[in-house]
Design a protein around this ligand. Structure first.
Ligand code: HEC
Ligand code: HEC
Length: 568
């Protein structure tokens, strides 16, 4: 890898000048005595508080008898988890999409695989996944166990792109695995079964139990009573979270159950995100004989939820405030909507919470944040970070009107001469489309941008080639972007949230005479229509509407586009 080569030369220079006896290596750095991966739960996880719902995790652990966590097994799992050699072009590892500082989820709505392609759904947190009793994994529960799940990303054509025999080959090639396999399994034979077991042990070791919530919970004898370390707002939020609908609460605890905040329900649930399922049928895709699973998804844990934005299987909500507004006013009447979210007449529940109550729920969810997860060395990257010439914080591509905007940021730069922007339509053959001067040396955040004025319809890929003053080059990850030349691609609906008026901005290419704008409520009823438009921006008066989620549908000859906004 280019980055490693560069660090080799840099280190070699300093070694020469300092005359240390030191050989450069990219092997993982591990402690002589392995870290302790046993999970030592506080008592409240292990004792039921006596209410109608289980609060302990007793009987929920999906660890199979033949794969208990050992410190050497989880250590091997840690190295496999962070090893970029285990993807087709050696660029990504499990950690690329399950980031320790993001609650082992991904801040991107969809994650990028080795060739820049996007995953179908939003990445999931790995926290407390051992306490999902059904033991099925993925949003649609398509993996029958964690041991089965951990081998699937390697073979996924978008994610890591290897076959299982290539995987064992890649693992065998790396010299550091021999000792790790011997310590974990008694000899150095590399098998997919051992790879799977070690990774599953590592994932099962990631359990959160030291949040502000836990600090309060140990001081009382059930989740219900006020916690002495909580603010009034947090205690109110907790009450609303736990209390059933019939008792003025939001009933969240009915699905996000136990001290682990995993689901203790009998299977996937439908929390009313959509009125109908079209492109993603959820668990019905895995269990085609169970029509009741159509549009239902796994309920994963809410622990560290503050750190795992965006939310839901498609990453549709950016903030916890949006999630709460969804439960407050946006639940859709889907045919498989879970009973816990219906009112006495079978309609989607409308909580009609005040701003104070909604804020309290958000404040409560934030008490589940456990910063030790992000800082625990035993779950961190064991591979040494090399003194790379630049530290790229982000690199994104956004389709705009008749152009694509590329933006990137660096944290630090050493000898950075310039960036060459390269573009490809296939992900294989690259063409240079421009150059941007680098900052040279910098310890401050630097922002860069470049505009591609010749977007093509469909998918295209971009990467940055960074060149040092001494002409060494490093490539960034590849980003992909889908560009639609259609007028509908650039409809804007703003502001969001809106209070009195919402503006709908159309693209200059839109044939106005034929366009129509509809305002639709969450029940799918059209409550306002605008035709015979004569300007590109149309204002809709929404001052008389009740608070909640609404949709704006723009209809042209080419088709239609629906966007949502929140009135508050
Ligand atoms: C390219 C991004 C990407 C990579 C690489 C990746 N994952 Fe994932 N992971 C995802 C996405 C996206 C999902 C959710 C997919 C779905 O449900 O359809 C997911 C789901 C999971 C889940 C399910 C969690 C649950 O509660 O059901 C586990 C466990 C997991 N990944 C572990 C791993 C491991 C171990 C690796 C490395 C071998 C890995 N992932 C590599 C993106 C990735
Ligand atoms: C009927 C069961 C049910 C109830 C009740 C419920 N949820 Fe959920 N929740 C789910 C399911 C299922 C998902 C995942 C849905 C998806 O992505 O399609 C989810 C997802 C979430 C997420 C996002 C998780 C992530 O990792 O992206 C948050 C946050 C959340 N719920 C909070 C709440 C709060 C707060 C309440 C109470 C106001 C609540 N839930 C009530 C079933 C429920």
């Amino acid at each position: 890898m280019k980055i490693k080569l560069i660090s080799l030369t840099l280190l070699a220079c300093s070694i020469l000048t300092l005359a240390f006896d030191f050989s450069f290596s990219t092997d993982p750095v591990l402690p002589t005595t392995p870290y302790d991966y046993s999970v030592n739960l506080p008592a409240h996880f292990l004792t039921d508080a006596g209410g109608p719902l289980p609060t302990s995790i007793n009987g929920l652990d999906n660890t199979p008898v033949d794969n208990p966590i050992t410190n050497d097994g989880a250590t091997l799992g840690r190295v496999l988890f962070y090893d970029t050699n285990l993807s087709s072009n050696r660029t990504i590892s499990c950690a690329s999409c399950h980031k320790q500082n993001a609650g082992f989820s991904d801040p991107s709505v969809l994650s990028s695989g080795f060739a820049g392609g996007s995953t179908r759904r939003h990445s999931m947190t790995l926290l407390n996944s051992r306490y999902y009793q059904r033991g099925f994994f993925f949003w649609d529960e398509r993996a029958a166990s964690l041991e089965a799940q951990v081998l699937m990303p390697f073979q996924d054509p978008v994610e890591m792109g290897l076959t299982l025999s290539e995987l064992t080959q890649r693992v065998s090639e790396q010299s550091y695995y021999s000792t790790l396999f011997t310590k974990a399994f008694g000899d150095n034979t590399v098998t997919t079964d051992r790879i799977s077991k070690a990774l599953a042990q590592f994932v099962r070791s990631i359990v959160s139990y030291t949040s502000k919530y836990d600090a309060g919970r140990v001081q009382v004898n059930a989740p219900g009573p006020n916690f002495p370390n909580f603010t009034t707002e947090e205690n109110l939020g907790k009450q609303l979270f736990i209390r059933p609908l019939t008792n003025g609460g939001a009933g969240c605890f009915g699905c996000h159950t136990t001290e682990s905040f995993n689901s203790a329900n009998g299977g996937p649930q439908n929390n009313g995100l959509d009125a109908v399922s079209t492109t993603d049928l959820g668990a019905f895709e895995t269990f085609p004989n169970t029509p009741g699973f159509r549009g239902r998804f796994k309920t994963s844990t809410l622990r560290n939820i503050e750190l795992t934005a965006p939310y839901m299987h498609d990453g549709r909500f950016q903030t916890l405030e949006q999630v709460i507004e969804h439960y407050n006013s946006g639940i859709q009447a889907h045919q498989t909507l879970s009973a816990a979210l219906k009112d006495a007449n079978g309609n989607p529940v409308r909580l009609n919470f005040t701003t104070e109550q909604k804020n309290a729920l958000v404040a409560f969810l934030k008490t589940l944040t456990d910063n030790t997860i992000a800082n625990e060395v035993k779950w961190s990257n064991p591979f040494p970070s090399s003194p790379v010439p630049i530290e790229l914080l982000s690199f994104i591509a956004k389709p705009m009107e008749k152009k694509i905007l590329l933006e990137w940021q660096t944290a630090t730069e050493r000898n950075n001469d310039n960036f060459t922007i390269e573009k490809s339509l296939t992900g294989e053959k690259w063409e240079t489309i421009g150059t941007v001067k680098g900052a040279g040396q910098s310890n401050q955040k630097q922002f860069y941008s470049f505009i591609d004025t010749k977007p093509v319809k469909g998918i295209q890929y971009f990467r940055l080639k960074q060149t040092d003053f001494d002409r060494t080059v490093t490539y960034s990850k590849v980003v992909s972007v889908q560009y639609q030349s259609s007028a509908l691609a650039f409809v804007k609906v703003y502001p969001n949230p809106a209070n009195t008026q919402i503006s709908v901005g159309l693209n200059p290419e839109t044939p106005l005479a034929e366009a129509q704008i509809q305002l639709i409520n969450v029940n799918g009823q059209v409550i306002m229509t605008k035709k015979d438009l004569n300007t590109l921006t149309t204002e809709l008066d929404i001052s008389n509407l009740s608070n909640g989620i609404y949709f704006v549908k723009v209809i042209t000859k080419e088709g239609s586009k629906t966007m949502s906004f929140m009135k508050n």
